[in-house]
Design a protein around this ligand. Structure first.
Ligand code: HPA
Ligand code: ZN
Length: 325
């Protein structure tokens, strides 16, 4: 292993983590029992046997049905606290976690249950030394109208939600579909990020759109930017942050994309490493840093730079960032 205590000792931010993707099989079974939801599996082995995916679409087909066990405010609280405990052990001092309200409101779970449960966990996380924040993602394979309604529903909770993102299936759902929703979100004071998933049919066109039309501060994944040198130069100039997820990449594509992540890092872009859906992809942020460091033979300085970048591109108070780096 690559000096894991050293990796864990580095203060770091987790900036690309879907809280629903931290639902470990043990908690899934416990919540299924607590809520009387029949998920069709009763052992951890049976749950893991359903984790059979080869790309983003087949992953999402397992991922969304699993959320049925999340029903009450307490469930969302417990899910997030289980994550924050793991994050603290990994040296995470700042966690900006994604949640997908539409994946819950579409099942009849009130928006308030989701946000109130996550928010009480955010407050409790301070006691673990983790400063946390919430980023609401719109599901890009749902309608624009549904995103608009979700944005409107969120406004009374504006002071508990730091930013908005865009996730789910990118194919056929390019960023310009949500340009007006993101304009409105920015007007309302939300920070902006978006997924540009790996190896999409229109990866470069979509990355250009998020940089030029949407005006994001960060791109989630986004390593296909390497295919266009002028976009790389622009992203570097503007200090755009990248949240790259090696273990996730190895599930939804055939490889970690470690060379691409390392190339961008060595070209001086603000690249960070994150864990996406760790309960499904086999590791939290420390595991992702370790896997990348081993595969690419990164120097200790490069691992330090990845951790430092994560803090610098976080949306924490700049004075807090200065104290961490
Ligand atoms: N991409 C798109 N949607 C997602 C992802 C992702 O990496 N993780 C959870 N939902
Ligand atoms: Zn993601």
């Amino acid at each position: 292993s690559y000096d894991r205590p050293f990796i864990d000792s580095l203060p770091k931010a987790e900036l690309h983590l879907h809280i629903e993707g931290t639902l470990e099989p043990e908690l899934k079974l416990a919540l299924a029992r607590r809520n009387g939801v029949d998920i069709g599996q009763s052992t951890v082995e049976q749950v893991r046997a359903t984790y059979d995916f080869t790309d983003l679409t087949s992953f999402l087909a397992v991922y969304y049905p699993a959320m049925e066990v999340l029903v009450t405010e307490q469930d969302f609280h417990d899910l997030a606290m289980a994550y924050f405990e793991r994050a603290a052990a990994d040296g995470v001092v700042r966690a900006e976690i994604f949640f997908d309200p539409q994946a819950h409101t579409s099942r009849g779970v009130p928006f308030a249950s989701v946000v109130d449960g996550l928010w009480s966990a955010v407050q409790e996380a301070r006691g673990l030394g983790v400063e946390a924040a919430l980023i609401m993602c719109f599901l890009r394979d749902h309608s624009v109208k549904s995103a608009e309604e979700t944005l409107a529903t969120s406004l009374p909770y504006r002071d508990r939600i730091l930013g908005v993102g865009l996730d789910s299936d990118e194919r056929g759902n390019p960023p310009e579909k949500f340009a007006a929703v993101f304009d409105a979100a920015k007007q309302a004071g939300y920070r902006l990020t978006m997924h540009c998933d790996i190896d999409q049919e229109q990866s470069i066109a979509n990355i250009a759109t998020v940089l030029h039309r949407i005006g994001v501060e960060r791109i989630d994944h986004g390593t296909n930017i390497l295919e266009d040198g002028s976009l790389v130069a622009e992203a570097k100039e503007r200090g755009i942050g990248f949240t790259c997820c090696p273990l996730s990449n190895s599930f939804v594509t055939e490889q970690m994309k470690g060379q691409e992540i390392t190339d961008l890092l060595r070209q001086g872009l603000k690249v960070s490493v994150a864990s996406d859906d760790p309960a499904y992809f086999g590791g939290y942020v420390g595991d992702n840093l370790e896997a990348l460091a081993i595969a690419q033979e990164l120097s200790r300085e490069e691992v330090v730079q990845l951790a430092r970048n994560s803090l610098e591109i976080s949306w924490a108070d700049p004075q807090r960032v200065d104290a961490w780096v």
